[in-house]
Design a protein around this ligand. Structure first.
Ligand code: FA5
Length: 344
């Protein structure tokens, strides 16, 4: 039995010596030292030995086990170190190579313009609201004094989804939603930026999807002069102190009186050029005093409350401010165009 154990020891040590992977090392451990391994198998025959020999063989088996275990451990350390060395060699970094520059993203120009306008109105005490892009016929038209069959509905050719649902053609439904939620109970000062959709043919100044910012101010004693003062401040803050505004009479069913606002052309200083079509003025928004019918439909007492509203097109405003000659640039995702404005 002694000879058998010594043979196992020699064989195991030789195998360990030759091994080249951690997996094989595990196999050797199981084969020689495991519960069903060679040493245990031999020791099962101990019962047949004379009593005085048993401790001697037991001691020998323990010594052999210890020798094989430490050989396996030493080999394991050597193999792990070699593997690490190999990995470090493969992952070596050449610090002399030139670096790759990281492309930084930035907000889209329309996002920046909308944020600039939001900041301005927040400074005047307005809240920023949102409304759904898929809107009901009621809020998009009826609550704004545009009943079914009203000819002014044609001013905004629409994408209908069902008879009663459409992609909103303007941000004005958010006026009706905001006032309706308050049900005449308190004053309102809000702006609402968002996407709107119209069945317009795309050209340099028209897009079937564009952005608008709605503004609404309802309180006691709100007058046309408040509207004019607010729009004048907005134009000067956004385009510079030298800009002038003018209000032209217009028509929207949800405001009375209604106006369109022109701003003096920044390109030619109002003298007349291609951008302003030789008029010296450029139209940027529609506005007016909220129609009493619209206030009443939302639950406001028109003997107490009056208000003004406006709806502007940030696309056109951005075009004017940065001399962009085609609105489609905003929607074609050409990185060469958009990255010019990342600093704005
Ligand atoms: C309206 O949409 C009204 N809801 C505005 C309003 C609100 C009036 C509150 C009174 C009170 P209008 O259709 O004119 O009005 O559009 C407003 C602005 O949106 C225009 O001045 C223009 O800047 C922009 N706009 C209109 N159609 C397009 C289009 N197809 N592409 C890009 N911008 C557009």
């Amino acid at each position: 039995m002694k000879a058998e154990l010594q043979a196992i020891e020699a064989e195991a040590l030789e195998k360990v010596e030759q091994i080249e992977s951690l997996k094989e090392l595990q196999d050797v451990q199981v084969t020689y030292l495991g519960k069903k391994g060679s040493i245990t198998t031999v020791l099962r025959g101990m019962g047949k030995l004379p009593a005085e020999e048993r401790p001697v063989i037991g001691q020998l088996a323990n010594d052999i086990r210890a020798t094989i275990t430490s050989a396996i451990e030493a080999k394991e350390t050597a193999l792990s170190e070699a593997a690490l060395e190999e990995q470090l060699k493969e992952e070596v970094i050449d610090v002399t190579l030139p670096g790759r520059s990281v492309q930084k993203g930035g907000p889209h120009l329309l996002t920046s313009i909308i944020q600039e306008i939001e900041d301005l109105f927040i400074g005047l005490g307005y809240e920023v609201r949102e409304g759904p892009e898929v809107e009901t016929d009621y809020y998009n038209f009826e609550a704004l004094n545009l009943p079914k069959g009203h000819p002014a509905r044609d001013m905004q050719d629409s994408f209908y989804i069902t008879d009663d649902l459409l992609l909103r053609t303007h941000t004005s439904p958010v006026q009706a939603r905001t006032m309706g939620a308050l049900n005449g109970a308190q004053p309102v000062r809000m702006i609402c930026p968002g996407k709107v959709y119209r069945r317009d043919s795309d050209d340099a100044t028209h897009s079937h999807q564009f952005t608008q910012i709605e503004g609404l101010y309802v309180d006691k004693n709100v007058r046309m002069s408040d509207l004019k003062g607010t729009l004048d401040l907005f134009a000067k803050k956004l385009f510079g102190e030298d800009r002038e505004i003018r209000l032209r009479p217009s028509y929207f069913p949800f405001t009375e009186p209604s106006v369109e606002m022109d701003i003096s052309c920044a390109v030619c200083e109002g003298k007349g050029c291609n951008v302003c079509k030789r008029t010296g003025w450029i139209e940027i928004l529609g506005a007016g005093m909220v129609h009493p019918k619209v206030l009443a439909m939302a639950g406001y007492d028109t003997d107490i409350y009056t208000g003004f509203a406006f709806g502007m097109g940030p696309d056109r405003i951005a075009m004017l401010k940065y001399g962009i000659d085609d609105i489609r640039q905003f929607y074609t995702n050409d990185h060469r165009f958009s990255k010019q404005f990342h600093h704005v």
